[in-house]
Design a protein around this ligand. Sequence first.
Ligand SMILES: C[S@@+](CC[C@H](N)C(=O)[O-])C[C@H]1O[C@@H](n2cnc3c(N)ncnc32)[C@H](O)[C@@H]1O
Length: 215
Amino acid sequence: MENSNTQNSDCGCDSYLVSLVETSNGQQAVTNESGRSTGLLLASITGGAAIALSVVCFPFVSPALRRVVLPYVPASTQQVENVMKALSRSSGTDKKLIDLGSGDGRIVLAAGQRGFQSHGVELNTVLVLYSKLTAWRQRIKNATFSRQDLFKVDYTKYDNIVIFGVEEMMPELETLFKQSLKSSSQVIACRFPLPNWKPAHVIGKGIDTVWVYEV
Ligand SMILES: C[S@@+](CC[C@H](N)C(=O)[O-])C[C@H]1O[C@@H](n2cnc3c(N)ncnc32)[C@H](O)[C@@H]1O
């Protein structure tokens, strides 16, 4: 005799078996759904991290795309010391300094600590922010930084112009300095000298050499 309570009306199968299949399907659907969410979360985290990394790295890679390629190479401790020696020769009134392409701000900060009203211009936004943060943490109020192209600076405002550039850019800079620098200012060139000017002093040697030009 057929038991109508244990029969499924749609398929005529055993209700208990149908309920087991439905439960297992339901659990599988929940498992599939949570697996999909985890996958989406992981994909979002990985994608987000990749985008963040690209944003941070781009300013360090983009110099390679410019007309004059000047990469970020921080000055050595000896080089910074040589620049400070050059600055110690400038008189007490010559207190305004600019570092063209200031990197992580080490020259601007060191000069700021010695009482110079120092400013760094730098194209790399990450390095500008880092320099500002260091100045704030070390409480060096006379060291400031801005994101700016070093070829578009008003050099006339400064008594000391520091440049750690590359050889290819020095002839162009020399021309710009000749056109715009005020007399009594000095140019401090690190690692690569100006091609035609005669330095008043040469400090240090090898890759840490600093050439001082009195205008
Ligand atoms: C050789 S590093 C010198 C860094 C710093 N002056 C030092 O001595 O540690 C040159 C810096 O110039 C920056 N730079 C390159 N082209 C520039 C431009 N057109 N204007 C401003 N900064 C630039 C680079 O991002 C890099 O940080």
